[in-house]
Ligand binder design. Sequence first.
Ligand code: GLU
Length: 469
Amino acid sequence: MNKSENHKPIVTRFAPSPTGNLHIGGFRTALFNYLYAKHFGGKVVLRIEDTDRERSKPEYEKNIHEGLEWLGLKFDETYKQSERSAIYSQYVSKLIAEDKAYVSKEEITAEDIAEAADPKAKGAKKRSEVIRFRNPNKVINFYDIIRGEISVDTTELGDFVIAKGIDEPLYNFAVVVDEFEMGITHVIRGDDHIANTPRQILIGAALGAHMPIYAHLPLILAPDKSKLSKRKGARSLTEYRDDGYLPEALTNFMAMLGWNPGTEEEFFSRDELIKRFDVAQVQKAGAVYNEEKLRWVNREYLKRKPHVEIATAARPFFERSAEFQKNGWSISDGHMMKLVPVLLDRINVYTDITKMVDDHEFDYLFGQPEYDPKDMIWRDETGPERTKEFFEKVLEILEAAPEESFKDSESVKSLIWAYATDMGRGAVLWPIRFALTGKMKSPDPFTLLTILGKKEGIKRLKHAHKLLA
Ligand code: GLU
């Protein structure tokens, strides 16, 4: 299909219920609806499905908007079901007038209502009157873009409940009225809704609506193939945001969760995704969520960022560390800029910084480290006397060098490299590295001298020299 063959513009919708925060599963549904609509130059609608008054909460609605906004998903239209009751009532009355539905005075059980409503609904009360749909009891056939032809005998559904009263439509009814009123052409949603589809198709036919095309997305699974849960790493979008994930990385990663372009390519901008995405290429099997993969994708996006942007974004993750706060540390903008290469070598996501600071991996940035001088010696055959000589020579070189030479690691390297090569790189460079950080693992000594600067670097090397005496 392309735009010219497609007479009716495509309209998709993302229809979250504000009964919880927006998680990655919801985001994937939103993204696929967005990409599919935009691919065909169509529209995507956001519909907040808050008919379940007890479980819908304003804070969840806020969380949904915040998550979508962070990811930059813009919707062409936004609706809220709680503001549309008059429309639903009209359609309930119309179906009753046409004898396609009827008021049923009966002792209806809480289970009947829960069953006919959102399957997750709880707390339905016992009532004496409901609106039932007059089921024509037929076999319905529909095409699901992902699952293919589906055929269901709806007889066993009986005359199911569509509203608790004229003013209280149930989930399945409100959804169908909305698809009709909003001109939805494609319903792309989680496959937990497949069981609702036959009822929705029957109601749609009774309303005289054109049947939308369905695409039921397979579940997202944890790495052990069980259902993805909070314990297994599922988080709300705002948690990913607060951890410092890059929205473009999360978007790229989520697009590939269950879909691939049929090639080995892995990186796609939003525009490329719009060009390439096709819901028909979504796999039938559950897609496995792999946090390590996400971290890797995030790192790839991080590496492409301008350093000044990283310096600005990374700062709060230092400041958020309990150690940082406890010690009253601070970090200048210049310092942040010089740290960027070190960060890029060590982190996948900004939140890694906070953990590293808490784990004392960055203590050397904030003051003279403490260490055992014996660890400064490269190998026994070098010994403290030789090591002292190395420090003396390196100090001589550094003291003579202009401030300018400390602005980047290549310049610092060019000061010491020839000498280190003559004397043995490990024997000369290891003690410097260790004297500057007190750590067995650290960035190279040139980068460290750039970060610490001439004055502090020399001070630490002198201190080390003294300890060897
Ligand atoms: N409101 C439903 C949910 O959040 C989705 C309904 C649909 O997409 O048809 O699970």
